[in-house]
Design a protein. Structure first.
Lengths: 485, 498
């Protein structure tokens, strides 16, 4: 599914690389014991180390290291047994140390691969260049006071993983699919909550364009800090068009950092710097190189959950689901778990139908996530059981589903309370059938005369008379016996 | 206790005071009052930035109470000590002798000074130093220079060396029996040599750096000053130990250094590194060095010539690595959160104003050197190269230590020099550390022992450098040197005499 932009001078393709910053789901910061909870009072989660008081020293949080390694394994990546923390030096008011502790020449995770699923059912492999750990900075707030800027250091020192792709992405759709897949993997692993709206995940997007057929890369621009999948895709489209225009008008694309303005639908160059930043990286002398043992790595590998690709394959191979349903169900861990809970006691295909069509349809319409579903997996499973054992018909089940959605009630209770139990008492159904036949001699004759379609009309009438509670198969059989037998 | 009556409380060393307190010859409060009085009397030396008499009396009384209940804490309980003002001390102004830390009162206590406090030691004050420990003369302090209690042949004021000059002076002038210093390139050993006392830099990692204002993190190490090797050993025993808050501190157990002093140097192999013979070094320093070797030989040590071929690259490498780390370590002094702030119209202007006014000339020079050597395009030629040199220097030592147990060298290439000298020539000043810097680059323990006087009657020290974490052998050899040298000369100014 190639994404080609037609310019005045020919066809262009887009070359995209992403740097995704994912906040490690850890209760404590990377080099201090301070808590990391979102939304706390400003400067209420700041230790002496975070505030860079004189003489303070960083102590690595082993849990964060585990999460980074776990993520690396989840990205099918090389784990580097020796990695080094370096200082990235620059001055800013929300960077208390005057440097960010990051990894530079020797990251903890090397090359890996993420397989992304595209809308047409195909997949593409996107290369991972590296993953490294680093500290987040604090937050500068310029809108709290007319004259002064305020600093909140709650985020200062929080552990981020920077995940860098190779320039393998070729379309906005692939970029979006990559970020969604990455987020899915991180959530399966539990190493990042993936909440982009809370800033737990954000991306720098590197974009360049080239004529179809060219093998060299042209100059790229970097769009900083894009915080939603939609904006990432939008930024790529806009930036690619801008660059094509620059190239085609004989201009030159400048390697620079740009900001995305979703309101104006444009990217713009960040304030022109008089001189480029020189971060003066050097190994942090306060921290020894990080050395990982095979036991440590293998111990983490042993705890890896089944990841979306493997799960999808299992759903297809063992449960007979279609690729489309399987892809939908594994997209996030909660959906997959929900489905598996429902499918545990039921036909997988039927369970998949109900979950992907009825439940996901309703969730989408209401703008809810699976975690917010008013219908629990347990209740959904019960609903299927009620159908399986003939207590209710498929049609009644749809009605029960509606009530479950509104009330979150147990389907057994709903069926009981509303008297929706299917009538399987042959005598009762027979009485209804006899009554309908007697009341409609003309239609009865048509059936007797060989018009099978008219049987359907009788079924409908009987169901109507029983408020849908009669077993349709039984009704059908009885009608045939009585009219054609 | 003979010491007390004959010498006066101020003349007593750590072990004397320990024993006197244990015997009930005097109280911790008496010793502390003597220290405080001496500090006041010697205020002209400018050894202290802050005196802490209230804290001192309170801790001394608490110590006496403990002792009265039979619950004394150990050898340093009740011991007056001075603390270099580079150690953060809870509730007490901590300046690093810099304008930029104006009014900074930490809410925390450094691990090393905390270890002393927890062992019952009595802090009498925070001592003066070169600004951010950058200097070899104490001339760079924002709080004015420290004077050496020894004076020049014509009565001129001399520097105590640096950077831990205030601590060295406090101990040499008998204001207190021991003091804390830090040593990044010789900042304990050089002033010890210039002031005629013992100064010890332990192995990198032996003491925690937590709570010490950082100069060059890969080189900084806390250590003691005292007037005898035994006293220094007693101090280090309390200061040292692994600290989970400093991941570069070593897990090694801390031996009983005092017990390790026994046994003499018979059979000990002492190396004399050929490369430490410098052109233009005063003949009397060479002679003292030779004498030192003779003293050890006479006690049964085996003297061996060794080679440390990369020695000449140590000082240049040091003046790349140390400023590089310093340029980054000092970035936190930005006027945003604590200390001095000089306002400006923009954030960048506030930084420039604050740091321009807050840092003295030598600190600014080193921050600029450090920034330069880490810059794109220069990093490989300077920083990376210096790290390679560092590796070679460590290899030199490792190789030498296959043949010898300790190395004997001069501590400094000169005795104390006049206040104000060498200030217009940073290279001449930097050369003061030429013999001490290699041990920092290699992380090795070193000790300076007062060994003799020069022609002007000024003290000269000899340095011993040991294997990593073998401070025990170092102390043992240092004590043999000390006994042979029998250094009894006293400086002109003694706090106890007013």
């Amino acid at each position: 599914m190639s994404y080609i932009v037609q310019g005045d001078t020919g066809d262009w393709e887009v070359v995209i690389g992403l740097e995704v910053h994912a906040q490690v789901a850890s209760k404590a910061k990377l080099f201090s014991g301070s808590p990391t909870a979102f939304g706390a009072e400003p400067n209420s989660q700041v230790s002496l180390v975070d505030a860079a008081m004189p003489g303070m020293l960083p102590v690595i949080n082993a849990y964060c290291v585990e999460q980074a390694v776990k993520t690396g394994l989840g990205l099918n990546a090389q784990i580097n047994k020796i990695s080094v923390f370096e200082r990235k030096n620059y001055f800013y008011a929300d960077l208390p140390q005057g440097y960010q502790i990051s990894q530079y020449l020797h990251p903890v995770v090397g090359e890996g691969i993420v397989t992304v699923d595209l809308a047409d059912g195909t997949t593409r492999d996107i290369g991972i260049e590296r993953l490294h750990m680093e500290q987040d900075a604090g937050k500068s707030m310029h809108d709290q006071d007319p004259k002064r800027s305020m600093i909140d250091l709650n985020r200062a020192g929080v552990c981020l993983m920077e995940i860098v792709t190779k320039p393998d992405i070729r379309s906005p759709e692939e970029a979006g699919a990559f970020v969604r897949k990455l987020r899915s993997i991180l959530r399966y692993l539990g190493t990042c909550d993936g909440n982009m709206e809370q800033g737990s995940m954000r991306a720098d997007v590197n974009v360049s364009v080239r004529k179809v057929g060219e093998t060299e890369y042209r100059t790229r621009a970097e769009i900083k800090n894009v915080n939603s999948v939609r904006f990432i895709m939008q930024a790529i489209e806009i930036e690619a068009e801008r660059q094509i225009e620059v190239h085609e008008s004989g201009g030159e694309v400048v390697q620079e950092t740009r900001l995305m303005d979703p309101n104006k639908g444009e990217t713009r160059s960040m304030r022109a710097k008089e001189f480029a930043h020189d971060y003066r990286y050097f190994p942090d002398p306060d921290l020894l190189p990080l050395e990982l043992t095979d036991d440590f790595i293998e111990g983490i590998r042993a705890t890896l959950p089944e990841l979306p690709d493997a799960k999808k394959q299992r759903f297809m191979d063992d449960m007979g689901l279609s690729a489309k349903d399987a892809t939908t169900l594994v997209a996030d861990r909660e959906s997959a778990e929900y489905f598996e809970a429902v499918a545990a006691k039921h036909d997988a295909k039927k369970a998949a139908n109900w979950v992907t069509n009825d439940l996901f349809g309703a969730l989408n319409k209401a703008g809810l996530t699976i975690a917010e579903s008013p219908i629990s997996a347990d209740h959904m499973a019960k609903l299927l059981t009620l159908m399986d054992d003939g207590t209710i018909s498929g049609k009644i089940a749809k009605d029960v589903f509606e009530i479950m959605w509104e009330t979150s009630d147990d389907p057994e209770k709903i069926v009981e309370d509303k008297g929706l139990k299917q009538i399987t008492d042959t005598g009762a159904i027979e009485a209804a059938v006899d009554e309908i036949i007697a009341a409609n001699p003309g239609q009865a004759d048509e059936v007797r005369g060989g018009n099978d379609k008219a049987i359907g009309w009788f079924v409908g009438q009987v169901m109507k008379a029983t408020q849908g509670k009669a077993n349709p198969q039984q009704v059908n059989q009885l009608l045939r016996d009585k009219l054609k037998g | 206790m003979a010491g007390a009556s004959e010498k006066g409380l101020n003349a007593l060393g750590v072990a004397d005071i320990r024993d006197g307190l244990a015997a009930g010859d005097f109280t911790a409060l008496e010793v502390t009052e003597a220290s405080l009085a001496a500090a006041e009397a010697a205020s002209d030396l400018n050894a202290f930035i802050t005196l802490t008499p209230e804290i001192a009396r309170e801790r001394a009384k608490a110590s006496d109470d403990r002792r009265a209940k039979g619950a004394a804490l150990g050898p340093l309980d009740g011991m007056p000590v001075a603390v270099k003002d580079l150690f953060c001390t809870e509730g007490v102004l901590t300046t690093a002798a810099s304008h930029i830390l104006d009014g900074f009162v930490p809410a925390y206590e450094s691990t090393v000074s905390g270890n002393l406090r927890d062992a019952g030691a009595v802090m009498i004050g925070k001592t003066n130093l070169d600004e951010f420990a950058m200097g070899s003369s104490n001339m760079t302090s924002y709080y004015a220079p420290v004077k050496n209690p020894w004076v020049g042949p014509n009565g001129e004021d001399l520097v105590p060396g640096g950077s831990s000059g205030g601590s060295a002076t406090a101990v040499a002038a008998q204001i207190c029996p021991a003091a804390l210093g830090t040593d990044t390139g010789g900042s304990i050993r050089q002033p010890a040599s210039l002031c005629g006392i013992v100064g010890m830099k332990p192995t990198y990692g032996r003491c925690s750096r937590w709570g010490i204002v950082a100069f060059a993190s890969s080189l900084d190490q806390a250590g003691p000053f005292a007037r005898s090797v035994k006293d220094a050993a007693l101090m280090l025993g309390v200061m040292a130990g692994n600290d989970p808050k400093d991941t570069t501190s070593a897990p090694n157990a801390v031996p009983d250094f005092e017990a390790a002093l026994a046994g003499g140097v018979k059979g000990l192999r002492v190396g004399i590194p050929a490369e430490y013979t410098m052109d233009g070094m005063p003949a009397e320093i060479q002679a003292l060095w030779d004498q030192g070797a003779e003293w050890l030989k006479a006690q049964g040590a085996e003297i061996k010539q060794v080679s440390l071929p990369h020695t000449k690259y140590a000082l240049p490498a040091y003046y790349i690595v140390a400023p590089a780390e310093a340029s980054s370590n000092l970035a936190r002094y930005d006027g945003v959160r604590y200390g001095l702030r000089v306002e400006g119209d923009t954030l960048d202007e506030m930084y420039a104003n604050t740091r321009g006014e807050g840092f003295g000339a030598e600190v600014r020079r080193r921050v600029m050197i450090g920034t330069y050597v880490l810059s794109a395009g220069y990093y490989d030629a300077y920083y990376v190269k210096a790290q390679k040199v560092r590796t070679r220097i460590l290899e030199d030592f490792t190789k030498a230590f296959q043949d010898v147990d300790v190395l004997l060298t001069p501590t400094a290439p000169n005795a104390a020099f006049p206040v104000g000298a060498k200030m217009d020539d940073p290279i001449a000043m930097y050369l003061n550390d030429v013999f001490t810097v290699p041990a920092n680059l290699a992380g090795l323990p070193g000790i300076s022992v007062p060994a003799g006087l020069d022609k002007d009657g000024l003290p000269l020290g000899l340095q011993l450098v040991g294997k990593p974490f073998d401070e025990a052998t170092l102390f043992r050899c240092a004590q043999a040197l000390e006994e042979a040298a029998d250094f009894t000369a006293l400086p002109k100014y003694l706090g106890g005499q007013g």
